[in-house]
Design a protein around this ligand. Structure first.
Ligand SMILES: *[C@@H]1O[C@H](CO)[C@@H](O)[C@H](O)[C@H]1NC(C)=O
Ligand SMILES: *[C@@H]1O[C@H](CO)[C@@H](O)[C@H](O)[C@H]1NC(C)=O
Ligand SMILES: *[C@@H]1O[C@H](CO)[C@@H](O)[C@H](O)[C@H]1NC(C)=O
Ligand SMILES: *[C@@H]1O[C@H](CO)[C@@H](O)[C@H](O)[C@H]1NC(C)=O
Ligand SMILES: *[C@@H]1O[C@H](CO)[C@@H](O)[C@H](O)[C@H]1NC(C)=O
Ligand SMILES: CC(=O)N[C@H]1CO[C@H](CO)[C@@H](O)[C@@H]1O
Length: 583
């Protein structure tokens, strides 16, 4: 029997005296523009966040991660930064930020910031000086000469065929400098040149600036877009990318090309390790373990390299496999495979993480269906490591419907297509948070909000779900409490697809109760027999009961028959400690 325990998922051992808080943590992503508006201008802000910290403390989250709050013209809502050390006025002031930090500290909440180094805004002082060829800034960005157009030799076209993530050429001509600059995203977001050591130093300085303010880590945006191919290896030119052959793609579409020169370059990993050294220095200096999260949509072996190895500490790369591999139709086997995939590829001793959504993706309740809100929240919380929750997932917020007229996302506006724009739009996942059933969902006292509030706010909101006997919110909070139990914090993992529609996730730690999460994906009741989970003791009690379960918290059941209501997600714990020999 002890064999199962050898299939140990090693959780990183505690080092030094520092509390490695993030090795089992709930990190809550706040999209500041849509969380809480404190001054009635229809736009969320820092003081709004501060006012809601007690809500987050009450749920039991460990840290908040803030999407960008820095000075920006907001062509891409803060992912285009003018000055990395200033706060966007529509979000507040540095004083407001300091107040947020102080309040968070008082409540024992940590703060993680977005660190958007793929590019600056084009109104950044660095960029303006670069267009003027100021010797200190001339090489801060990726500049290249145009290529004569074969049909019109007087016209210098873009240097090569590269396409922006937001469609069309990734190159924009700058008249002042007489050259093209690279922008992998919007025109107003020139890419920084990370082959320039001064740029790297500059960005390290930004990191130290925020660490000095006491933040507990960073999330690096689009990290795999940081480096482009080194032109020194291509006769001083940036070579064309090969065609992908994607059906239906036109030369203006990002998926028209195979991005071998603009993504996933080897230098990317080293910069991640280098930045982690700075975080580790502050871990020691402030006796507060600093986390680095990295975002990269890439294949699994590439993603795992961000974790680092024996010689270099790395980051926690976001696990997007739930979002990319699972749908509302996935069965128990599909879910088990998605979990196993991450756990088996992750290097030993590293910390796993589970992501159900973010500001770039359809919301959990829309992607997986409202029926599966408890299922996906429970999985993210009960599996080992870090739970990332995007604001609203805890109450099952769905995507809002945003008309073409109200559309704000540049990725959608750039389609210039009033019919199909919604396929590219990230606005539906960014609508304001639902606090209660009052006007603007309690998000703002203003006459309008930057994006319209989703129309189901009167039934899906914090106030209603807090008052209800059972709700997604109540279940979420119960499972956060379960995450603190020793077996869930640091125990071993066993995942079972018991049949097409039932999945069980057991967590064991010798000397402690076993915790098992059980899920019924089906729309009918299923009597579940957990006897095949041998190390699970016979007598169990309900620790957390999803919105659709008949069983209540505190109910006693035996492992041979657990009656699972349709779409029920349930957490049980054993009344005996692990791991007595099975009878
Ligand atoms: C650092 O923090 C840990 C955990 O919070 C505490 O136990 C330890 O005493 C602290 N060490 C120092 C040097 O302050
Ligand atoms: C920045 O780019 C935007 C278009 O995205 C343009 O309207 C604006 O004039 C540019 N600003 C500068 C300083 O180049
Ligand atoms: C990138 O690194 C990998 C793994 O170390 C290596 O196999 C590969 O050849 C490198 N690629 C380039 C273009 O240097
Ligand atoms: C990695 O991080 C740990 C914990 O902060 C630290 O003790 C260790 O020295 C670091 N390792 C390296 C190679 O920097
Ligand atoms: C699943 O999602 C698809 C695509 O979003 C949708 O058309 C379908 O109705 C959903 N099915 C269920 C059972 O929710
Ligand atoms: C993956 C990704 O797109 N990351 C960010 C890099 O910058 C763009 C443009 O500013 C952001 O929208 C992305 O979120």
């Amino acid at each position: 029997m002890r064999k199962i325990l050898l299939l140990v998922i090693a959780t990183a051992a505690a080092v030094s005296g520092v509390d490695e808080w993030w090795h089992s943590a709930v990190i809550y992503q706040i999209y500041p523009r849509s969380f809480k508006d404190s001054n009635g201008d229809g736009i969320g802000d820092i003081n709004g966040i501060t006012s809601k910290l007690p809500y987050l403390k009450d749920i039991g989250v460990d840290a908040i991660w803030l999407s960008p709050i820095f000075l920006s013209p907001m062509f891409d809502f803060g992912y285009d930064i003018t000055d990395y050390k200033k706060i966007a006025p529509e979000y507040g002031t540095m004083e407001d930020f300091n107040k947020l930090m102080a309040e968070a500290k008082k409540l024992g909440l940590r703060v993680v910031l977005d660190y958007v180094i793929n590019h600056t805004s084009n109104d950044s002082e660095w960029f303006i000086k670069s267009t003027q060829r100021d010797p200190n800034y001339a090489d801060y960005y990726i500049w290249a000469h145009g290529k004569p157009d074969p049909k019109n030799p007087d016209y210098l076209g873009p240097p090569n065929n590269w396409v922006s993530v937001f469609r069309k050429s990734a190159w924009e001509y700058n008249v002042q400098r007489g050259q093209y600059y690279l922008h992998q995203f919007a025109v107003g977001q020139p890419d920084l040149n990370f082959r320039n050591a001064k740029v790297v130093e500059e960005m390290k300085d930004v990191l130290r600036f925020w660490l000095e303010k006491g933040v507990s880590g960073i999330r690096i945006d689009a990290v795999n877009h940081l480096y482009e191919v080194d032109p020194a290896n291509h006769d001083g030119h940036y070579p064309d990318e090969p065609l992908s052959g994607a059906p239906g793609a036109t030369p203006e579409d990002y998926n028209y090309l195979n991005h071998i020169y603009t993504k996933d370059q080897n230098e990317t990993y080293n910069i991640v390790y280098d930045l982690k050294v700075i975080l580790d220095q502050y871990t020691e200096k402030q006796n507060d373990s600093k986390i680095m999260l990295t975002e990269a949509y890439a294949d699994l072996p590439k993603i795992m390299r961000y974790y680092g190895d024996k010689n270099r500490n790395g980051s926690v790369p976001f696990n997007f496999f739930y979002m990319t591999e699972l749908t509302n139709k996935s069965n128990a086997r599909d879910i088990k495979m998605a979990i196993d995939k991450w756990m088996t590829h992750m290097p030993a001793g590293k910390v796993a993480n589970w992501v159900n959504g973010n500001h770039d993706q359809s919301r959990l309740a829309s992607k997986f269906g409202v029926d599966r809100v408890d299922v996906m929240n429970m999985l993210a919380l009960i599996l080992p490591g870090i739970t990332i929750t995007y604001q609203g997932e805890e109450i099952g917020m769905t995507d809002g419907h945003i008309s073409w007229k109200d559309t704000k996302d540049p990725q959608a506006c750039n389609t210039e297509d009033p019919v199909n724009y919604y396929k590219s739009s990230r606005d539906p996942a960014r609508t304001p948070f639902h606090w209660d059933a009052t006007a603007n969902a309690g998000f703002s006292t203003g006459s309008s909000t930057w994006l319209p509030v989703a129309d189901n706010y009167q039934t899906v909101n914090v106030a209603v779900e807090k008052a209800a006997a059972k709700s997604h919110f109540k279940f979420y909070k119960e499972v956060v409490a379960v995450k603190r139990l020793p077996a869930v914090r640091s125990g071993d993992l066993e995942v079972r697809a018991l049949c097409e529609n039932v999945i069980a996730v057991a967590r064991y730690l010798p000397g402690h109760p076993v915790v098992v999460g059980v899920i019924n994906l089906f729309d009918a009741e299923i009597p579940v027999d957990l006897n095949s989970i041998h190390l699970l003791p016979r007598d169990l009690q309900v620790e957390a009961s999803g919105a659709y379960c008949k069983l209540e918290k505190g109910d006693k059941v035996q492992k041979g028959k657990v009656t699972m209501s349709p779409h029920c997600a349930l957490v049980l714990s054993s009344t005996q400690n692990c791991c007595a020999a099975p009878k």
